[in-house]
Design a protein around this ligand. Structure first.
Ligand code: DGL
Length: 274
């Protein structure tokens, strides 16, 4: 297979990475995409970074065995846990990872106060510390882990009163402290942007990093001459390590179409379709 004919591999702990999937699909419609949702282990956020790193390694191996030409870690938590190590382990493979978009937030804030919503593991990682050190010297960052929000989104409860209550708890004190910008440091959260906007009532701009990640994927592939020729319709494959029915039932709500979901099983730290 020529590099350009190979698929793009994308993964997350669950449905969150679909917010990145949809940005990649919109920008690169000719590309074949393989998506892995590690729903056997969702949420990643409260877990130890070592544990999340091991899951990320297992999923990366699976995606490479499926021929992926690039791996998109569509998960801030997995990026915090594994991006550096994966690049060291597979120097020939391009990886695109995620970090909370503190840089654009720091550039745009007028009040100098920025809210960051992300998982506990993301806040603990060295990647976040480095982003804060490099870009947030002159801004005040208010952080919140939004306990339970990932599970609500995994359940498809995008408009539920409980989901709104979690967001109110996180955002109300931030608004009182003067935030004018909210960074979505977890790929699940773009799916509740309508609720976030209801809570913030236009007082804060929401930064979803997915379009920037898609542009980065395009740049990396273009530099390697590994983009599919335009005009073809890219295929999409979806895998879940838990209930394939659960993911399949959420795709219409999250992506606007139905698609089959195939099972993957964890065995001794490795993933297999059998
Ligand atoms: N979507 C993920 C992230 O971007 C992980 C959420 C979780 O599993 O806790 O951090």
């Amino acid at each position: 297979m020529k590099p350009r004919d190979a698929p793009i591999g994308i993964f997350d702990s669950g449905v969150g990475g679909l917010s990145v999937w949809r940005a990649i699909r919109a920008l690169l419609p000719a590309e074949d995409l393989i998506y892995v949702a590690d729903q056997a282990h969702v949420p990643y956020g409260p877990r130890r970074l070592e544990e999340v790193r091991d899951f990320s390694l297992g999923i990366t191996r699976f995606l490479l065995s499926a021929g992926a030409k690039i791996i998109v870690i569509a998960c801030n938590t997995a990026s915090a846990a594994a991006l550096r190590e994966l690049r060291q382990l597979y120097p020939a493979v391009p990886f695109v990872g995620m970090e909370p978009a503190v840089k654009p937030a720091a550039e745009r804030t007028q009040t100098g106060v920025v809210g960051v919503l992300a998982t506990p593991a993301t806040f603990q990682g060295a990647l976040y510390a480095s982003v804060v050190e490099r870009f947030a010297a002159d801004v005040r960052l208010l952080q919140h882990t939004c306990p339970g929000l990932v599970q609500q989104i995994e359940a498809g409860a995008l408009h539920a009163p409980e989901t709104r209550a979690i967001l109110e708890q996180a955002l109300t004190p931030m608004l009182a402290a003067g935030i004018d910008t909210v960074v979505l440091g977890c790929t699940h959260y773009p799916f509740v942007i309508p609720l976030i906007e209801e809570v913030t009532k236009g007082r804060a701009r929401v930064i979803d990093p997915a379009p920037a990640i898609a542009r980065q994927v395009k740049r990396v592939l273009a530099a390697r001459n590994a983009l599919q020729p335009v005009g073809r319709m890219g295929k999409a494959q979806f895998y879940s390590t838990a209930s394939t029915g659960q993911l399949a039932s959420l795709l219409p709500q999250l992506l606007g179409f139905s698609a089959p979901v195939r099972p993957l099983h964890w065995r001794g730290g490795a993933l297999s379709p059998e």
